[in-house]
Design a protein around this ligand. Sequence first.
Ligand code: UDP
Ligand code: MG
Length: 330
Amino acid sequence: MERKSVTPITLALVIPCFNEEDVLPETIKRLTLILDELVKYKNIHSDSKIIFVDDGSRDKTWGIIEEANIFNKYVQGLKLARNAGHQNALLAGLNYAKDFSDCVISIDADLQDDLAVIPKFIEEFNNGNDIVYGVRRGRSTDTFFKRTTAQGFYKLMNSMGVNIIYNHADYRLMSKRVLEHLGEFKEVNLFLRGLIPLIGYKSTEVYYDRNERFAGESKYPLKKMLAFAFDGITSFSVTPIRLISAIGFLMFLFSFFMAIYILINKFLGHTSSGWSSLMISIWFIGGIQLVALGFIGEYIGKIYREVKARPKYFIEKSTLNLPDQRNKEI
Ligand code: UDP
Ligand code: MG
């Protein structure tokens, strides 16, 4: 159903930032320009906000946000007490934004996501979509390594029955009710791009070209990226455990045939000292057992963390609870 509202839509742009001092001034400038245009021409409420979540940065990120908050009527900041990670920082911003906005768009701080498609996101929201996924057209700006591993990851997730949108990261629009439902997921291991499709409602995709990082370095080094991918798989799928059972079953069948083969050889008197077969079996089975234990351990570790249900982040400071007395002009 089309949303034909005459009252303007209140929008919040949520941007998690970790050590982004190099890029932030430019990001603030560009987002402000876009929001200004939307307010002027696209029926977006002038109370809309750009919320920067400082994820425990150690550089001047928070200072830049605070200063922007003074001079720019749209900019608000949220400072987490420590580095809680991209997904948690994003969630902190979304939770804050949902109280006063009709819809929220999450964007990375580094200007990799093409801001020019934001009006299209809004258009799709007006067409009645509760979720609009920003999908990258290609991955030409990635290194060969990142491109292949990322593609492999999406394929693997889909083959295990996890519904994630191919080439969609965390650039998306969500309506207020989607954000409210998101709050009902209590899991500690957050993997938003897997959770959001689980919510449902009418959704669509908007395609864009991803740029290179505007400035600074990726805050996702290989180690973090692998941990994120592994988290994604084990948070959403028990396929690895089933796979282990399947391998175990095949091994059992194989050893059954091996036993027959060995017994036949024994009766024929072809037995050797048996050392090599013994060693191979020990290493082979030992290896498989260790892999299996590792996977099971991963799930147990997850249960351990979920059971503890530790808070995901702490907000140290925020510009949001300041009374909006300053009558700010951009
Ligand atoms: N980020 C964050 N906390 C972290 C790591 C990253 O808030 O611990 C933010 C970062 O500032 C950026 C977004 O998450 O806005 C995506 O990170 P990045 O661009 O470095 O990842 P990449 O695009 O290289 O995958
Ligand atoms: Mg990036």
